[in-house]
Design a binder for this molecule. Structure first.
Ligand code: HDD
Length: 700
């Protein structure tokens, strides 16, 4: 990794007439130039007619600088505007040559470079990270046979079945056009109006109201290709496939009240997390999984495999793990890479093909179109982040900002020029569209096989642990309580009656909705008896360890050297991280006189930023902090969010000040008698939360 020089290591400086100091070129410091390469002598003052006179038009440096600044912004993505990307590689661990001729799937151990962009969907570019929303999980594989974009989400189903509804859905989810709020959230009338009028959304709405929509980190969430795709083998045979990304560090989400507070304390929570992990060498990793199936399975499955509002439970078609995705390098420049990266679902490679999923078919139009608008023309593929890493040649030419133009005379084919003038020629093989039979009248019609909107929503709900079901119930109540129109609330409850009667009744109760509405008209009877799928629960798929998680330790000057060291070692042993929180970030020493630096001041490092917390004040420190409101919030929130809390004797004062008297405490509040208790505490933290506490601290 390149090291950023310390700001104080500055070369020669120049002091201006106003006393301002600035560096001048020389030694390692390059000469500043205009875009034309002309050296700039003075970047502090415009050219003027006299010291107090007007600015002169002929100041080409001023005009170029301001002109460029005025044009810095490009349109943000219409959805998924807020995103964060990183480079890495995909390594094949189990060859798929039996089912696909894709070059990337042939040779075990071979690595393919990738760029991944995670995103929220509804919020604008400057919105917060931990909003309740779907997360985008878009992967660009730079394969030897061209770029393959797998543009997925962290939820395996979608809100709508036909791409023609996408603009309506997105309009309803984003800010209302008259008031331009609410920002980055679905807790408003338009969203719930649309989804409650679109029963096909019910399954995905259940996912969106689950903790899947408030992930703790990009590193701890799954990804899904959503649609059924095809893999094509060397003989041209097709196998259906669903793509999965499984995080090595297990699944984890935050609590809703915690999410609300994280967004205030650190709106960049997810991007900071990814940045810190990658720059500290803790490279996040996912396994690529594939569910493979054939027509016989598709025919026997009670739902249509082309319906993007349905998933195939892993218990029915196991996920075969075939490779790993490792993110090991941050971008050099956010705009050049993360903002300009252009994912297109149409980007597939030989050995991968589309199906007739009507959402996928529509997406194949939308992405190319949007990139052209967003990046200003058809040559966005010339931008380095979008260009293939394999050789590419064709006769496409010209257009705004063209960087690669054919050399020589021929810019068409067939031509009779010999090489090198004649240019590239087709192969006659490689990418072959799967020759699926297609027939039927032209019509605008939703397939009857797409009509069951509730069975899998129900299956999702019954696959959740009781804690997760409670979170879903609370999320529905929270969101629908923000809906101002009672009829919309009632309409939504009428759908939930098909998902789970108790859920619907609990939501109605939480809304003060009485009497219960009649169940919505269902186009198809709910398929009873679908088995729960434990793979759909987050808590059933947690890590069981504190690896990759963060402990926040409150310290004051003179903190016990041994205890602090033992905690830091215990966290380091499982590859976690520690942040110190103190009344001041500087000027600290431990009991042995070693200087310490805290990462957060107590009012800037609330406990919502940590997976678990420890309180190690000295007696004097605790006395000073017990009247500090943010200290009390730190403890009260950690307790309310079901976190594990370790403390020394002196912290008794703080616990009491936060209202945590001994008889209110539980097995998640752990006294550290000596340094040897540190390991046990960190092992306990592997459970991540003491969810059993939740019911005791939330009564509504
Ligand atoms: Fe989309 C962006 C994922 C349906 C139209 N989509 C976008 C991104 C992701 C997804 C991850 C961000 C890519 C990036 O980081 O740059 N979209 C999905 C998934 C869908 C889906 C998993 C359903 C299975 N999308 C969908 C439909 C349409 C679009 C049905 C239009 C008919 N999506 C777009 C878009 C975006 C986009 C307007 C906005 C910015 C962009 O493409 O690059 O074209």
């Amino acid at each position: 990794m390149t090291k950023t020089p310390h700001p104080s290591a500055s070369p020669a400086t120049h002091t201006g007439p106003g006393g301002e100091t600035h560096q001048v070129a020389g030694g390692d410091t390059p000469v500043m130039t205009t875009q034309q390469g002309v050296p700039v002598a003075d970047d502090q003052n415009t050219l003027r007619a006299g010291a107090n006179g007007p600015a002169l038009m002929e100041d080409f440096h001023f005009r170029e600088k301001i002109f460029h600044f005025d044009h810095e912004r490009i349109p943000e993505r219409v959805v998924h505007a807020r995103g964060y990307g990183a480079h890495g590689f995909f390594e094949l661990t189990d060859s798929l040559s039996d089912v696909s001729k894709a070059d990337i799937f042939q040779r075990e151990g071979e690595r393919t470079p990738v760029f991944v962009r995670f995103s929220t969907v509804a919020g604008n570019k400057g919105s917060a990270d931990v909003v309740r929303d779907v997360r985008g999980f878009a992967v660009k594989f730079y394969t030897k046979q061209g770029n393959w974009d797998l543009v997925g989400n962290n939820i395996p189903v979608f809100f709508i079945q036909d791409a023609i509804k996408f603009p309506d859905f997105v309009h309803a989810a984003k800010q209302a056009p008259d008031r331009d709020f609410p920002q980055a959230q679905t807790a408003h009338d338009n969203f719930w109006d649309f989804v409650s009028l679109s029963p096909e959304a019910t399954h995905m709405v259940c996912w969106a109201m689950s903790d899947r929509a408030i992930p703790r980190s990009f590193r701890f969430m799954e990804g899904f290709g959503v649609h059924t795709f095809r893999l094509i083998d060397a003989q041209g045979r097709s196998t259906y496939v669903k793509f999965h990304w499984k995080p090595r560090l297990g699944l984890q989400s935050v609590a809703w009240n915690e999410a609300l507070k994280i967004n205030g304390a650190d709106p960049d929570f997810h991007r900071r997390d990814l940045w810190q992990a990658i720059t500290s060498g803790n490279f996040p990793e996912w396994e690529l999984g594939v569910q493979l199936f054939d027509d016989a399975f598709a025919d026997s499955f009670p739902f249509d495999i082309l319906d993007p509002t349905k998933l195939i439970p892993e218990e029915l078609v196991p996920v075969r793990r075939v490779g790993r995705l490792v993110l090991d390098r941050m971008v050099d420049n956010f705009f050049a890479e993360t903002e300009q990266v252009a994912f297109c679902t149409q980007n597939i490679v030989p050995g991968v093909d589309f199906t007739n999923d009507p959402l996928l078919q529509g997406r194949n139009f939308s992405y190319l179109d949007t990139q052209t608008k967003r990046l200003g023309g058809p040559n966005f593929t010339h931008i380095p982040i979008n260009a293939p890493r394999c050789p590419f040649h064709n006769f496409q030419q010209d257009g705004h900002m063209a960087m690669h133009n054919p050399k020589g005379r021929a810019n068409y084919e067939p031509n009779s020029w010999s090489q090198p003038t004649g240019g590239p020629r087709e192969t006659g093989e490689d990418f072959q569209t799967f020759a699926a039979d297609v027939s039927g009248p032209k019509l605008r019609q939703r397939s009857e096989s797409f009509a069951d909107h509730y069975s899998q929503a129900r299956q999702f709900f019954i696959s959740q642990t009781p804690v997760e079901q409670t979170h879903m119930r609370d999320a529905f109540i929270f969101e629908l309580s923000k809906v101002e129109t009672p009829a919309i609330r009632a309409r939504m409850v009428s759908h939930l009656l098909h998902v789970d009667k108790e859920l619907a009744e609990a939501v109605a109760k939480g809304l003060g909705l009485s009497p219960l509405p009649a169940p919505a008209q269902a186009a198809r009877p709910v398929v009873a008896g679908l088995e729960p799928s434990p793979a759909l629960s987050i808590l059933e798929n947690g890590p069981g360890s504190f690896t990759g998680r963060k402990l926040g330790i409150v310290i004051t000057n003179g903190v016990d050297h041994e205890l602090l060291g033992a905690l830091q070692d215990a966290v380091a042993a499982v590859n976690g991280t520690v942040e110190l929180i103190a009344p001041t970030v500087g000027g600290l020493k431990d009991s042995a006189g070693n200087p310490l630096v805290a990462q957060q001041r107590i009012n800037g490092g609330p406990s919502v930023l940590y997976d678990a917390v420890a309180l190690l004040p000295t007696v004097e420190g605790a006395n000073a902090l017990r009247h500090e409101a943010t200290m009390r919030d730190f403890i009260a929130d950690a307790f309310a969010h079901a976190k594990f809390i370790a403390h020394n004797d002196a912290a008794e004062l703080l616990l009491a000040a936060a209202g945590l008297h001994p008889k209110m405490r539980d097995e998640g509040v752990i006294a550290l008698e000596s340094a040897s208790d540190a390991d046990t505490f960190i092992q306990t933290c592997g459970a991540l939360r003491l969810w059993a506490r939740e019911g005791r601290v939330h009564s509504i």
